[in-house]
Write a protein that binds this ligand. Structure first.
Ligand code: PGA
Length: 237
């Protein structure tokens, strides 16, 4: 594990964007695993700038997102597909058909999970996976549990996640209660992982995840076992 301690959110975003840019320059057909949430917004903004300046070419890149709310379609402003289109995909020269997010409106959720897992395999796996961390230690929507789920699956969202995400919705009742997420196994198969954590409110959970026992009650703790993990954080811990 390599930990980069940065001075600010801006520096954290810059370091992450630089690593992702280097990945795409070295392998223009990279498969990038992407995350949503407040944390990567700065990283995506910088990648858009690099593309605009002609420094990075995304035309052959493929992307797979970690997760999606179940029940929201892509035109819903709270869906993760909408977030990705707005914060990144529409700002870079990526072919939108090469961008993949689980289908939150799939009729059969189990079929959709199987399709998504199969899709990631058919792309040859993930070269670089970007992750944030939830206050309860979740990665993607892998909530604290008794086991580490292996594959893409449907989850019932935990109370703390619903509360945390309610800030984006008009009322807490509008927050979907289910989501589709890559499994811990799907994430751990990525060749390289970058974990971003900014905000002092993440200090305790980040410490537990990186230095505490490896347990499914702190899903991110499994990352200690990944052989190419880079943590970039503006948190002083
Ligand atoms: P955040 O979410 O970036 O909005 O803090 C991270 C997460 O829940 O994975």
């Amino acid at each position: 594990m390599v930990i980069h301690k940065t001075k600010s959110y801006r520096d954290m975003s810059k370091k992450a964007a630089n690593i992702i840019a280097a990945q795409v320059i070295l392998n223009p057909a990279s498969v990038l695993g992407l995350a949503t949430g407040s944390t990567p917004v700065g990283t995506y903004g910088l990648l858009a700038e690099y593309c605009e300046n002609g420094d990075v070419d995304f035309s052959n890149v493929k992307t797979v997102n970690l997760d999606e709310y179940y029940g929201l379609d892509e035109n819903n402003e709270q869906s993760y597909r909408y977030y990705m289109n707005k914060n990144l995909f529409r700002k870079i020269n990526i072919d939108i058909s090469n961008t993949h997010v689980p289908n939150g409106k799939a009729e059969n959720i189990d079929d959709e999970c199987r399709r998504y897992e199969q899709l990631i395999s058919s792309l040859g796996g993930i070269d670089l996976q970007l992750l944030g961390i939830g206050h309860n230690g979740h990665i993607g929507f892998n909530e604290p549990d008794k086991v580490f789920p292996l594959k893409t699956h449907c989850v019932d969202l935990g109370e703390s996640t619903i509360n945390a995400n309610s800030r984006f919705f008009k009322s807490i009742d509008e927050v979907p209660k289910k989501a589709i997420t890559m499994g811990i196994g799907t994430i751990m198969k990525a060749k390289r992982i970058i974990l971003l954590a900014g905000g002092e409110d993440k200090r305790e959970i980040l410490k537990k995840a990186l230095f505490g026992p490896i347990t499914p009650s702190v899903p991110a703790s499994i990352l200690q076992l990944h052989n190419n993990l880079t943590v970039i954080t503006s948190i002083d811990f």
